[in-house]
Each structure stands twice: as structure tokens, then as C-alpha cells.
Ligand binder design. Structure first.
Ligand code: NDP
Length: 322
């Protein structure tokens, strides 16, 4: 049996992504086969497609998707055919069907639509671990979140605000600034001069934490925006990777810390995974977390979806629908 999938034969720009017919994957032992309802588009898919992160080719992007279980491999317990599941840890998800280890899939609660379920896992789990684990800002402290209208940015802002943290964000256009304010940001800044402005807004002290997924273009000023003993959480490189760095600058800036976290290190056990999903779905259910789908593309237009994400044209989540 065959299905449609997006395939790249080699690294390159979005144009390397082509629609093909390929064999439907067989669910291995402990795996589910899922009919894709929607697949999430993420920056990591673009890093892999472009060759910035190395992957074997031919390459089908996508680790995040939702859909209904159509088959299960040996030894799977706790899932039945027809269950709506979602995951941030699937493989080859830009396709009509995808396989995922059952213990990396979660059942979607009633009341959460299939498209929202695809939009939540990767950016939602990221926002959750950034707010709770990579740094632990306290109620009343001020933090700075870059790209506040982006997928991670909107979710992270809402989760921090729920915890009583004062959130200052950056965003590049008036529309994005409005969206970020709607997510609860106290102040939304232009990128120009953001470090000085963040300092002014904190009585000259600086912020406790900067969450920086933009990377090269913001890194230096992110350090300057921190208070003494502040923490820089560098979690991405939307503008490019940060060049090598002299550790002495952390001392000069006021005994600062930097961490460079990755989602996989914050989903270490079944209990940790269950806790993060439980808190995210709980926040959706009580109305405290809005998952914004900013753009939808048909599966065949995966290249256009990558172009939109890389060119800063999107807000919230980008999804592909078969
Ligand atoms: P976003 O929706 O936030 O899109 C990226 C945003 O970054 C853009 O919309 C843009 O917002 C801003 N940006 C600033 N400069 C540039 C530039 N030169 N090119 C492109 N964008 C730029 O994406 P995600 O929410 O999916 O991801 C945000 C970051 O988080 C990425 O770097 C991603 O790799 C990282 N990430 C890291 C994870 C981890 O575990 N470490 C997991 C998930 C994501 P504006 O126009 O307002 O500046």
C-alpha cells in the first residue's frame, strides 16, 4: 500500500521538498500507525532540510502530528484503533500516515480538536519546560521573551503569566506586537534597543531571565538585558547560530549563566512526559492557554510552509493538513 509523503533527496532550500508516493510504514514492535489529521511545522524541520542539522537523505520532515490510530505493533497496550493521539516525537510526519512509539504518544482529551492537538506538542512542551525547568522565574520577577508572537513565544508568555511572572517580549510588526500583548505580555518591544528598554522597565536592574530563540541577531543584547546573576536561556537560532563566545563575558555582565536546552532532555521519563502534557491540557481546559494556529497549508505545499516560517511571515503555529 502507498501513501503521499513529502520527501527531500538532498539538503537545500524549501524547493527540495517534493510530494511523492511512498510505502505506508509498518508499525514496529511497541509502535502505533496513525492516520495524520495535521502535522506541525517546526524550525527544527527547516534546520534538518537545509543541512544545518545533519540527517540521512532521502528525508521526510516532521516529528509532530496528531491523528487517529489505524494499527498497532506487537506489545502495544493502552491504545485502541480510532483513538485520537498526538506526539512531538513521531517520525516522517509530513505524510498521510506516520509511525510513533506508543509510549511517546498521548491520547488527546475530549474537547481538544485534532488540529489544535497537532499544534500543541512541540512548542507547548518547549514552552512548559522553559517556564518550569530550564529556568525557574518566580512570581513578580520580570523576564524577556523574544519573538513573543511566534509559536513558542505565545505559549511561553501565557504559561509564565499564569505563574505570576512579568513578561516583556519583542516582536517585529504592529500585528505581532498586538498578538503578544493579547497573550499577556506586559510590554512588547521592538528589537532595536531592547536591552536598554528592558533595563528601564525594570528600574535599571535588568530582567531575571531572557528566553532567546532568535540567536545570532539578539544574543549580545540579550546578555546586556540581564540583571546581576540573571540567566540566558538560548533555545534556538531562528536568525542563525551564535558564534563562539568568551566565557569571561558572563563575569563582566554580573555572574550571569547561560543554558542551551533541548526538548528531548526535558522528556526523560514517562512521568515527566505525562506531567507536562497534563499541565498543558489542563491549562487549555480551564481557558488559560490558547493555542493559536496562524497558518494552515495543504500537505502538498510543505515548501511554502517552510518559506513562510523562515521568512518571519508567520504567527503562532503553522500546520500541514493532508
Ligand atoms: P516562531 O514561530 O517563533 O518563528 C520564529 C520567529 O523568530 C519569527 O516569527 C520572528 O518573529 C523571529 N525572528 C527574528 N529574527 C528572525 C530571522 N532572522 N529569521 C526568522 N525568524 C526570526 O518559531 P517557533 O516557535 O517554532 O520556534 C522559535 C525558536 O525556538 C526557534 O529558534 C526554534 O528552533 C526554537 N525551538 C527550540 C526548541 C528546543 O527545545 N530547544 C524546541 C522548539 C523550538 P519576529 O518577526 O517577531 O521577530
Amino acid at each position: 500500500m502507498t501513501m503521499r509523503a513529502i520527501v527531500a533527496d538532498h539538503a537545500g532550500g524549501p524547493e527540495v521538498l517534493e510530494m511523492r508516493r511512498v510505502a505506508v510504514p509498518e508499525p514496529g514492535s511497541g509502535e502505533l500507525l496513525v492516520e495524520t489529521a495535521a502535522a506541525g511545522v517546526n524550525f527544527i524541520d527547516t534546520y534538518r532540510r537545509s543541512g544545518a542539522y545533519s540527517v540521512p537523505f532521502p528525508y521526510t520532515p516532521g516529528t509532530e502530528a496528531s491523528g487517529r490510530v489505524v494499527a498497532a505493533g506487537d506489545g502495544v497496550e493502552g491504545f485502541a484503533e480510532g483513538d485520537l493521539i498526538t506526539t512531538a516525537e513521531g517520525r516522517d510526519c509530513y505524510a498521510d500516515r506516520f509511525a510513533v512509539e506508543a509510549d511517546r504518544a498521548v491520547r488527546v482529551p475530549d474537547g481538544v480538536a485534532a488540529d489544535a492537538a497537532a499544534a500543541l506538542p512541540l512548542q507547548g512542551i518547549t514552552a512548559h519546560y522553559l517556564a518550569t525547568s530550564a529556568a525557574q522565574p518566580q512570581a513578580g520577577e520580570a523576564v524577556l521573551v523574544h519573538a513573543g508572537a511566534g509559536g513558542v513565544g505565545l505559549l511561553l508568555t501565557q504559561l509564565l503569566v499564569r505563574r505570576g511572572v512579568r513578561v516583556i517580549t519583542t516582536a517585529s510588526t504592529p500585528e505581532k506586537r498586538e498578538l503578544s500583548r493579547g497573550a499577556g505580555a506586559d510590554e512588547v518591544l521592538d528589537y532595536g534597543g531592547f536591552a536598554d528598554r528592558a533595563r528601564e522597565l525594570t528600574g535599571g536592574e535588568g530582567v531575571a531571565v531572557v528566553y532567546d530563540g532568535v540567536g545570532r541577531s539578539t544574543f549580545d543584547d540579550s546578555l546586556r538585558a540581564l540583571r546581576v546573576r540573571g540567566e540566558l536561556v538560548l533555545f534556538g537560532a531562528a536568525s542563525g547560530p551564535v558564534p563562539p563566545f568568551d566565557l569571561q563575558r558572563l563575569n563582566a555582565g554580573g555572574s550571569l549563566s547561560i543554558t542551551r536546552p533541548s526538548i528531548g532532555h526535558f522528556l526523560r521519563t514517562p512521568e515527566e512526559r505525562a506531567w507536562r502534557y497534563r499541565e498543558l491540557f489542563g491549562a487549555i481546559a480551564d481557558g488559560g492557554l490558547d493555542v493559536r494556529i496562524g497558518a494552515r497549508f495543504p500537505l502538498a505545499e510543505a515548501a511554502e510552509a517552510h518559506t513562510a516560517l523562515e521568512s518571519r511571515a508567520t504567527t503562532g503555529k503553522v500546520i500541514l493538513e493532508p
